[in-house]
Design a protein around this ligand. Sequence first.
Ligand code: ZN
Length: 274
Amino acid sequence: MRLVVLNYLFLSALLIISFGSIGRAENALAMKEPLKQGGYYVGKVSPGDKVTFHGETVKQSSDGYFVIGLGWQYKNVANIRVDHKAGGHTMHHLDVLPHDYEVEEITGLPPKFVAPPKEVQDRITKDAMDVRRVRALDTDLQNFKEQMIWPVNGRISGRFGSHRILNGEPRSPHTGLDIAPGAGAIIVAPLGGRVTLVSDQYFTGNTMVIDHGHGISSVYAHMEKALVKEGQMVAQGDEIGVVGMTGRATGPHLHWGMNWYGERLNAGVVLGIE
Ligand SMILES: [Zn+2]
């Protein structure tokens, strides 16, 4: 009869909060409040209980673990419903803090990357479909429960969610965190999982996607090269790639994205940087 939401960043500082509206000790919730836009949160219920988030059943492990992701523009309150195996249900209303996104201007990009020539449109469409397909995977892996580590250490050269202006033209927001440790730096897996895509893409250059289970996946772009192959299992901390500047990049950096199925997440929130 318990719902436990664990923000893995703050595991050492868990707060136990009773829900006044429920008022029963067995419905206590352990979490670091508040939740933030762009974050993902691991929870646990009694095996057999059913978790619903925005009207959809959330995938659960046999021992009751689940994860929910909050999109980068998620508003106000996350409502989680738990239907108990023994009957009855509880509602959990969790406040979600907004994130201040920046405006970022990038100039000096080769024009072919700002307005791609017609002949590369098919390739761009296929690139996007390949990434969409692997982000939609819904596997039983449970690496999402690990406490995330940085894939590489370096200067943050681009923030998640920034509204981008490329060569003076407004574009969609930045979907990852850019880290610039210098060309040739080794990228390690921030969470374990299975490599689901290694491909050379028009915009993102040498690109990799790793599945961490239950819809959580990560993307690595502009790599000089990948050090692992599609289908391979990797453990947290394993070497997976080399920082480069392939695709649409003005300098060597790692573009690192996190997803919960189709939702873009902000790795910075998970790691506690603003
Ligand atoms: Zn980027």
